[in-house]
Each structure stands twice: as C-alpha cells, then as structure tokens.
Write a protein that binds this ligand. Structure first.
Ligand SMILES: *Cc1c(COP(=O)(O)O)cnc(C)c1O
Length: 310
C-alpha cells in the first residue's frame, strides 16, 4: 500500500563518543493523517473489514487519542463510516483531535469511565451493535493479531532497505502491540527494546501475551520501564527541552506522549554507557504528531512546532 518509510541517521557527538550509531525509521512520514504505527496496525484490519463486507468501523479511545484520529482519517480515505467511543464526558468545545475526527466524518459517542471499562464485554458490544448497526470492531489502541502482522512488516521493509539489521530495534509502548509485532517480525534475530510510556512493568506481561496469542515465543526483547516521566501523558521540563532540542538539531518532530519519551530514554542509556562500542540501534518513529496541538493547547505551547533559523 505504501513506499518504505525513510531511514535517517542521527549524527550527534554524544553518540559517536560512545561508538554507537542510531537510525530512525520515519514511520511518521508514512501518511499525512494516518500516521506511524497506527497505519501499520490498521492496514490488515481495513483489508479484513472490506473483505468481510463491513461498512462501519467502531473503536474506542481517549479524547486525545492518535488511534481515534487515525481511524477517522482511514475511514474517510477508504470509504468506511466510523464511530469513536470516547472515554470520559462530553468535550465542548472539541479539542483538536476530536475536531479533526469529526471533520473526517467520525461519529463520536462519549461514555463515562465506568461504562468504558466494559468495552471488551460481549453484552456491551451487542448493545452498541443495536444502536449503531453491524460494525467491524477495532479494539482500543488498534491492537489485535492483524495489527501485529502489520507491525511485523516493518522488519521486512527494513530488510529491503539495509544489508544488515541493526542490533537493537527500539519502539515506544502504549498497549505493546507494535512492540510485539516487531518481535514477531524479527523472528528470533537481534533485540527489540520497548520503552513504556506508562508507569509500571505490566507491559512486559502484555507483550508476552500478545506474542503467545500470535502463536510465537521469543526471548530477544525487553521493555524499559524508567522513562515514563510519571505516567501516561505526564511530563517534566527536561522532556520538553529534549523534544525542542531534538527538533532544532535533527529536524525531526517528536511528540511528548510517546516518541519523545523513547528518544529521551535511548539518549540517556547511550550516555550512561549501556551499549557496547560498535552497537547499532534503530528507533521506529511511530508518529503521534497530531497530539502536539492538543497538548500545547492544554499546557501552554510548550512544544515548538517549527524549526527556527537562529
Ligand atoms: C499508539 C502509539 C504508540 C503505542 O503503540 P502500541 O502498539 O499501543 O504500543 C506509540 N507511539 C505512538 C506515536 C502512538 O500513537
């Protein structure tokens, strides 16, 4: 469906001093609106929905969700009606994410956090079918076996671009579906290093169980749990400074919820000497840039959204 996303090397003294090389796979450039890993996760789901003759996609997410934005845009592009079930109360005026989703034609339904917890229960899903018609269900975050398959393809694509796979493939983890897909694609080779953007160590269990459901068991992966900055969507000034510097130095935009935390973690680990001389790393830029506008609106234009010439 797409050309390979570009590879870009990060040239920086702090890395070369440690004898480490770092590339970025720019999945944020895959598609202007269905960005990054959400594109990878949706690909086979959209094909399946079409094959089965569905006209409606229904999914779940928070009010700033990259997944909600991606499903809305994908519905518009590929001719599905879309319904977004949003966690928490009605939001008026709409934030940039929800306003974008509605512009794409997504119908939004706001439900309480308590009701939202029922999102995987058959009875609740039946009641949604009665209300909205028969739909193809995309789970929260878009993670299912078809999503793993789409993410595994990142590795095939990488192999078509390089002679030698890098030692580490790095990715940030929300549900852990993308990380699990990468492990599946690596098929026992190299090492997948996930960076949890949520507090706690449950993502290790999640990735393991996605792999098990996918029918594979591999040990060549790990999840770093010390770069969440206090939890999902939490941040500290040093993260914001890092993101703004990164854009200025390398001309690569990062988002504060996912990719900023991963790159912060990668740089921190390199500086601390966690990788041997000669190690090569590749980080997947999973996109998520649509979230910056809403983040800036909430917290006061912290993220610089252009490269200054000074
Ligand atoms: C959704 C998202 C993730 C998390 O992906 P999972 O497969 O849920 O772990 C990572 N990065 C970005 C930019 C995202 O939008």
């Amino acid at each position: 469906m797409n050309r390979p996303s570009p590879l870009q090397e990060i040239l920086e003294d702090a890395l070369s001093e440690k004898g480490v090389r770092l590339w970025v796979k720019r999945d944020d450039l895959l598609h202007p609106e269905i960005s990054g890993n959400k594109w990878r996760k949706l690909k086979y789901n959209l094909l399946e929905a079409r094959r089965l003759g569905y006209k409606i996609l229904l999914t779940f997410g928070g009010a700033y969700s990259n997944h909600i934005a991606a499903v809305a845009a994908a519905g518009k592009e590929f001719g599905f009606a879309t319904i977004g079930i949003i966690r928490g109360g009605q939001i008026l005026p709409r934030n940039p994410t929800l306003s974008f989703a509605e512009h794409c034609g997504m119908r939004l339904q706001f439900i309480t956090r308590t009701t939202y917890r029922k999102k995987d229960q058959p009875g609740f899903l039946e009641s949604l079918k009665t209300r909205f018609g028969d739909f193809y269900l995309l789970p929260e975050g878009g993670t299912n076996a078809l999503a793993l398959r789409g993410c595994a393809e990142i590795i095939d694509e990488l192999e078509s671009q390089t002679d030698l796979l890098p030692d580490y493939i790095c990715v940030c983890c929300g549900t852990g579906g993308t990380a699990a897909g990468l492990v599946a694609g690596l098929n026992g080779r190299q090492h997948m290093m996930g960076f949890s953007v949520l507090k706690g160590s449950f993502l290790k269990t999640e990735v393991a169980s996605f792999l098990e459901n996918y029918g594979v068991t591999f040990q060549n992966w790990s999840v770093e749990t010390s770069y969440h900055f206090g939890g999902y969507a939490k941040f500290r000034p040093e993260l914001i400074d890092f993101i703004n510097d990164f854009r200025q130095k390398f001309d690569i935009p990062l988002d504060p919820i996912y990719t900023g935390k991963m790159f912060f973690g990668i740089f921190d680990m390199i500086k601390k000497g966690r990788f041997q001389k000669g190690t090569t790393l590749l980080a997947i830029h999973t996109g998520g840039l649509q979230g910056i506008e809403g983040f800036n609106a909430r917290f006061g234009n912290l993220i610089v959204t252009h490269k200054s010439n000074s």
